[in-house]
Design a binder for this molecule. Structure first.
Ligand code: 5GP
Length: 179
């Protein structure tokens, strides 16, 4: 698996440090508030698991799965819910946890969908942000790293479902796509 990685973009140490800083920020911003963290399957799972252990206030978490519109490619931008929440978000402070914001289409859909359910507040944290690729006007409230327009894998991010278990964020060798 690792022989298919061209370059490590964000190391395991850098991830650890930044995730811990983000946890501290969220602890500060949400103290005294009823916090519900919503992880987006599947990519956000490692980030969520590490992040919550740096948040030092009570919280609950739940997950949603949405359809993606083609792995590395573009398409219509239509997003669909595959798994909805088990919990109500009404009157609670919701923080969506995403792996990456790319075109922004998924996040825009999620924000619109969840805001119709009347949370007390609705914010977004993403590990990675690729602003060059944005097609709709949507910004994360917290962001781990701004990255260039490269297809990345690792730490939850996949290529054809593989590479999610890499402990760092890497860029694939072109041969890996061509197989
Ligand atoms: P959007 O384009 O809607 O902002 O991003 C949708 C989804 O595309 C992300 O949640 C992520 O699963 C996937 N995605 C976008 N950019 C990348 C990337 O560089 N690598 C991987 N593995 N997935 C990506």
């Amino acid at each position: 698996m690792e022989e298919q990685i061209e370059k490590v973009l964000i190391s395991e140490e850098e991830l650890k440090k930044r995730v811990s800083q983000l946890g501290e920020e969220i602890t500060k911003d949400y103290r005294g508030k009823d916090l519900l963290i919503i992880g987006i399957f599947k990519g956000a799972v490692p980030f969520l698991a590490d992040l919550i252990r740096h948040i030092k206030i009570p919280l609950r978490y739940d997950f949603m799965a949405v359809s993606s519109y083609g792995s590395a490619t573009r398409s219509s931008g239509a997003v669909r819910i595959l798994k909805d929440l088990d919990t109500s978000v009404e009157d609670v402070h919701v923080l969506i946890v995403e792996d990456i914001v790319d075109t922004g289409l998924t996040l825009k859909y999620l924000k619109e969908n969840l805001s119709r359910r009347h949370p007390q507040s609705l914010k977004v944290i993403t590990l990675l942000d690729k602003p060059e690729r944005r097609e709709v006007d949507v910004q994360p409230d917290y962001n781990g790293f701004v990255i260039p327009n490269e297809f990345v894998v690792g730490y939850g991010l996949d290529f054809n479902e593989i590479f999610r278990n890499l402990p760092y964020i890497g860029i694939l060798k072109p041969e890996a796509y061509e197989k």
